[in-house]
Design a protein around this ligand. Structure first.
Ligand SMILES: Cc1cc2nc3c(=O)[nH]c(=O)nc-3n(C[C@H](O)[C@H](O)[C@H](O)COP(=O)(O)OP(=O)(O)OC[C@H]3O[C@@H](n4cnc5c(N)ncnc54)[C@H](O)[C@@H]3O)c2cc1C
Length: 343
C-alpha cells in the first residue's frame, strides 16, 4: 500500500526545512526527500563553515548551526525524511479513490496530496575542469567544495575559478593553507567586488597569488594530486606547479532534473509561481532558489517566507474550509509542548 502524506517537499534545504515545520504547525503530515546524504541543501553541501549575517534574529551564525536549528524546528512534528533519494518521476493517480500525486524515487513510490518543490538549484552538479582523467583525481587531491577548511591546513592549494566560492575560499584559506594560488581563465570575475579587492590586495602583498588567463591542463601524482600543468589561455604557455590540493570552484550546472518534465511553467531553469507560490499545476507549489517572480531574491530570509506561504496554500488546497492564515505561533503553546507525534 502506498504511504500517503499531505505535503511532500522535494529538497531539504532551508526552504524545505521551514516548509516541514509549517506543515507540522498546521497539522499536515509531511515528508522531505533529498538527493544529498544530509539535510541543509547548499548550506551543508557548499558552505557549512561560513558565517551568515542576514538571517533574522542572528547577528551572525555558521551555516551548519543554522541547519541544526532549522532541522530541529522542522522535525519536531515527526516529518518523514528520505535522504539519498532523487525524485525522478511524478504522476497523478487515484489511490483508494482519492486523486493524488505519486512520486518515484529509487526507494519506491510515495503518495502525496500536495507537493512543494523546494529543489534549489536542482540536484547538485558541479561544473568540472574538463580533464579526461578527472574522475580519478576527485577526492584524491581534487575537490569541488570545501567542507572542512582545516583539511587544507599547511597545504599548497590551487584554487580554480572566478566566482564567489573561488574568491571566498581564496580569502578564507589564506593563513590556513601553506600557500594559495588562484587561477581564472579570464579577467572577468563573477564575485562580490569587496572579496575580489580583498584577494587582489593579498596578491599584491604576496600573501597569495591571483593569476588571470590560466587554466588547468593536466594533474599529476602517484595516487593523489602532487602537481598541475597550467596553460595560459592567451599565449598557450605551459607551467607546472607543485600543489597538494586543487579546488575546482567553477559553480554549478543548473539542471532541473525530473521537475522539468512535469508540465510546470519554466523560464531559465526556474519555476514560475504567483504570489501564493502556486505553480501552473493545482496542488503543486514551489519556493526558494528554484522559483522566479518579479522581485525575487535568492536568499534564505525570503525562501523561508515563501515556504510558509506555500504550505498555508497547500493546507487550504487539501482542506478548502481551512483558513489560509495560520494564526500566530505565539498563541499555539499547546502545539509546542507536546512530544513529537509520528505521522
Ligand atoms: C557560498 C554561498 C554562500 C551563501 N551565503 C548566503 C548568505 O549569506 N545569506 C543568504 O541568505 N543566502 C546565502 N546563500 C544562498 C542560500 O544558500 C540559498 O538561497 C538557499 O540555500 C536556498 O535554499 P533552498 O532550500 O531553496 O535550496 P537549496 O539549499 O539549494 O536546497 C535544495 C535541495 O533540494 C535537493 N534537490 C534538488 N532536486 C532534487 C530532486 N529531484 N530530488 C531530491 N532532492 C532534490 C538538493 O539536493 C538540495 O539539498 C549562499 C549560497 C552560496 C552558494
Amino acid at each position: 500500500m502506498l504511504d500517503v502524506r499531505d505535503i511532500t517537499i522535494i529538497g531539504g534545504g532551508p526552504t524545505g526545512l521551514f516548509g516541514a515545520f509549517y506543515a507540522g504547525m498546521r497539522g499536515a503530515s509531511c515528508r522531505i526527500i533529498d538527493t544529498l546524504p544530509e539535510l541543509g541543501g547548499q548550506l551543508t553541501a557548499l558552505y557549512p563553515e561560513k558565517y551568515i549575517y542576514d538571517v533574522a534574529g542572528f547577528p551572525k551564525i555558521l551555516a551548519k548551526d543554522l541547519v541544526k536549528g532549522l532541522a530541529e524546528q522542522a522535525l519536531q512534528f515527526g516529518a518523514q525524511v528520505l535522504l539519498n533519494q532523487e525524485v525522478t518521476g511524478l504522476t497523478r493517480e487515484a489511490v483508494e479513490g482519492e486523486a493524488m500525486f505519486v512520486l518515484d524515487t529509487p526507494s519506491g513510490r510515495h503518495g502525496t496530496r500536495t507537493l512543494l518543490v523546494a529543489a534549489g538549484i536542482g540536484p547538485f552538479a558541479p561544473r568540472r575542469l574538463g580533464l579526461t582523467d578527472e574522475a580519478q583525481w576527485l577526492g584524491h587531491g581534487l575537490y569541488d567544495r570545501v567542507v572542512h577548511p582545516e583539511a587544507f591546513r599547511g597545504k599548497r592549494v590551487l584554487i580554480v575559478g572566478g566566482g564567489d566560492s573561488a574568491f571566498d575560499w581564496a580569502a578564507n584559506l589564506h593563513g590556513v593553507a601553506a600557500s594559495v594560488l588562484q587561477i581564472h581563465r579570464s579577467a572577468n570575475f563573477k564575485a562580490h567586488t569587496a572579496t575580489v579587492q580583498q584577494v587582489q590586495a593579498l596578491s599584491a602583498a604576496r600573501a597569495m597569488e591571483l593569476r588571470t588567463f590560466w587554466e588547468v591542463q593536466a594533474l599529476h601524482g602517484a595516487g593523489s594530486v602532487e602537481a598541475a600543468t597550467l596553460v595560459n589561455t592567451r599565449t598557450k604557455a605551459l607551467e607546472r606547479v607543485e600543489t597538494d590540493a586543487v579546488l575546482a570552484l567553477l559553480g554549478f550546472i543548473s539542471r532541473l532534473g525530473a521537475v522539468a518534465s512535469w508540465g510546470l511553467a519554466i523560464e531559465k531553469d526556474e519555476l514560475l509561481v504567483n504570489s501564493a507560490m502556486e505553480t501552473k499545476r493545482p496542488g503543486i507549489y514551489a519556493a526558494g532558489d528554484i522559483v522566479a517572480y518579479p522581485g525575487k531574491l535568492k536568499l534564505i530570509a525570503t525562501a523561508v517566507a515563501e515556504a510558509a506561504v506555500a504550505v498555508n496554500g497547500a493546507v487550504k488546497f487539501i482542506h478548502p474550509e481551512a483558513k489560509f492564515a495560520p494564526g500566530h505561533s505565539s498563541a499555539m503553546e499547546h502545539l509546542f509542548t507536546q512530544p513529537a507525534q509520528p505521522k
